[in-house]
Design a protein around this ligand. Structure first.
Ligand SMILES: [Zn+2]
Length: 399
């Protein structure tokens, strides 16, 4: 294997989460037990320091028909609204003709907010159903995989290019980054959101590791990728979205100085030795410790005769369930709000999904898999908490 970013062959295994199914592959009753498993291993590149998966599940398998809808959570919608307003007022105030392009635009939730600010909008989304939904809602969306060839067909420039998460899912990393360079206006800003590996390590949030996430960036390592394609990050901050993400602002190389806050975050990475191999080995040990503690907690609750439901059925929840080996003997249901997941089973561990709106009784414990929405969940369930139902968070985001 060669490094996905710098082509080096000097890679070493850091974290092994075993054989796992593709985490977004929620199963119908007939599919249960027939799903394929793939290695879920994180390797460290000693050359450019980027951590990455060594096994690629083909993008056509993972993104052709996914059922994730970004509009379904209020937190995410609000985050997208804030980003659009921030970008517009910081970089393009008063500009009359402006355009925004969103890669992995999902149901158009991000584009909606740029549209309301007067931007000409275009999205690209690989999921057939989701792209159709976005077009029906009035957000023009191409249904294809984005890469340099797709960019050349689009033949326009955009003041804003947005990529939330999905940019780093893509196996055609270099072609995608070239495509961004191609479409970015001279004064344009590429707004990129990605899970921040430094925070994931601080939080022991190992469930951020799944097959869709081929790469796990820090501020130091993403710059190496961008530099290779004539781009450079000039500002960044951390947002609580997805349990700790970087909001990065990127432009053509040489166009802007790095901000003070970006420089100090880079320094914090050096102080914490974030980009060193040993830190990843330490992380792997903490993950094992977490598994022991959580297994004990669940076993104790079961011995006491308590019922446990998983709360949420996010992709990352499946990393946790499969690595902790939690099946329907432990959790009777995973409770979901996304209607597309009605009647399905979780891949690997085969826990049935029940829609929140169709629940007949409450469990003793909610084991919160969607822990990144902690505040929203605690707020929404005040009544249940007061009635004595426990909400257990296996991962507690700091701050
Ligand atoms: Zn490398």
């Amino acid at each position: 294997m060669i490094c996905r970013v710098c082509d080096s062959t000097n890679l070493e295994l850091a974290i092994d989460l075993g054989e796992q199914p593709w985490g977004n592959d929620f199963l119908t009753k007939e599919q249960v037990g027939k799903e394929p498993f793939y290695p879920l291993r994180v390797v460290f590149c000693h050359e450019c320091k980027t951590v990455q998966l060594d096994h690629t599940v083909k993008k056509e398998i993972m993104f052709g028909d996914h059922t994730y809808l970004s509009g379904t959570t209020r937190t995410l919608d609000e985050h997208f609204r804030r980003v659009a307003h921030e970008v517009d007022s910081r970089f393009f105030p008063g500009k009359k003709k402006k355009a925004a392009f969103d890669i992995g635009s999902n149901d158009g939730t991000q584009l909606k907010h740029y549209k309301s600010l007067g931007y000409d909008i275009l999205g690209v989304e690989s999921s057939v159903r989701t792209a159709k939904l976005a077009n029906e809602r009035g957000f023009p969306t191409l249904n294809e995989f984005f890469n340099l060839q797709a960019a050349k067909r689009i033949k326009r420039k955009f003041e804003v290019i947005n990529a939330s998460g999905i940019f780093f899912h893509l196996e055609e990393l270099h072609s995608v980054t070239d495509g961004i360079k191609e479409l970015l206006a001279d004064d344009g800003v590429f707004v990129v959101q990605f899970i921040y590996m430094k925070t994931a390590m601080d939080n022991i949030a190992f469930d951020q590791i799944y097959h869709e996430h081929l790469l796990y960036y820090t501020l130091e390592t993403i710059e190496k990728l961008l530099a290779r394609h004539g781009l450079s990050m000039f500002d960044a901050y951390e947002a609580p979205i997805h349990g700790g993400s970087i909001m990065g602002f990127v432009t053509h190389k040489g166009k802007a100085e790095k901000s003070k806050r970006l420089l100090s975050m880079l320094e914090a990475e050096r102080d914490a030795r974030t980009n060193e191999f040993k830190s990843y080995l330490d992380f792997a040990k903490k993950v094992e410790g977490l598994k022991e503690r959580e297994t004990e907690y669940i076993n104790r609750a079961k011995t006491a005769g308590k019922t446990i439901y998983g709360l949420g059925a996010p992709v990352k929840g499946n990393t946790l369930l499969n690595y902790f080996k939690i099946g329907p003997d432990k959790f009777e249901y995973l409770i979901e709000r996304n209607p597309l997941r009605k009647g399905l089973y979780s891949p690997g561990m085969h826990i049935p999904i029940q829609l929140e709106s169709e629940m007949e009784k409450q469990p003793d414990i909610y084991y919160v898999l969607a822990w990144n929405f902690k505040n929203e969940i605690l707020e929404r369930n005040k009544g249940l908490i007061e009635s004595g139902i426990e909400f257990h968070f296996p991962i507690n985001p700091k701050g």
